[in-house]
Design a protein. Structure first.
Length: 194
């Protein structure tokens, strides 16, 4: 019987994610991950197999947590449009962050790996479908309440694409007010009544 792990696996995954996020996947070595997590290189390999598997784990955790938080925000407002605006506020605030982990981790991983890493591409596509479905539901509810006049499917594509674009701009230093302005324009563009 093997010894039980003497570390918090979730914490290690979070620390590894932050190292990848700040420096990029390719530029983050196993030694860098060892330093960031406090685990020996051997312990990282034993727990996660290799750097790619650890990267995939960080992405899975980030996507799952992010989707749950997004759904909560979209459903939190007194009205569907309030929930949509709260979601766009969160995106703009995170985009304006100045930390090394600014922007969206998933967008960063997509820009670096999606063209060459099929497992990453599959994960991101599945997440995008779930995110669009959540935004589509919020838009459909806003349409049903008479707050918006749009096609929820097309509107969800526009908003999620605008969000992704703002997250790319975040890595380049976009300000919060600039990010929110872009997102407001996207929201206005999909509203035929406004």
């Amino acid at each position: 019987m093997g010894r039980p792990r003497e570390f918090d696996e979730e914490q290690v995954v979070d620390l590894a994610r932050d190292a990848f996020w700040a420096n990029g996947i390719a530029a983050t070595s196993i030694s860098d991950l060892s330093e960031a997590t406090g685990l020996s290189v051997g312990s990282i390999y034993k727990a996660f197999e290799n750097k790619a598997a650890l990267c995939h784990r960080t992405l899975d955790t980030y996507l799952d947590e992010g989707l749950a938080a997004t759904i909560d925000v979209l459903e939190s407002g007194p009205t569907p449009l309030d929930g949509i605006n709260a979601y766009l506020d969160v995106v703009a605030t995170r985009a304006g962050d100045r930390s090394p982990t600014r922007g969206c981790y998933a967008v960063g991983v997509a820009m670096e790996l999606a063209a060459t890493d099929e497992p990453v591409r599959r994960r991101l596509r599945a997440h995008d479908r779930k995110l669009r479905a959540a935004v589509r539901r919020a838009l459909a509810n806003a349409v049903a309440d008479g707050q918006l006049d749009c096609d929820p499917e097309r509107g969800a594509r526009l908003l999620t694409t605008a969000v992704n674009g703002v997250q790319v701009e975040a890595r380049k230093g976009i300000r919060r007010d600039e990010a929110r302005d872009i997102l407001d324009m996207a929201l206005s563009a999909l509203d035929r009544a406004g």
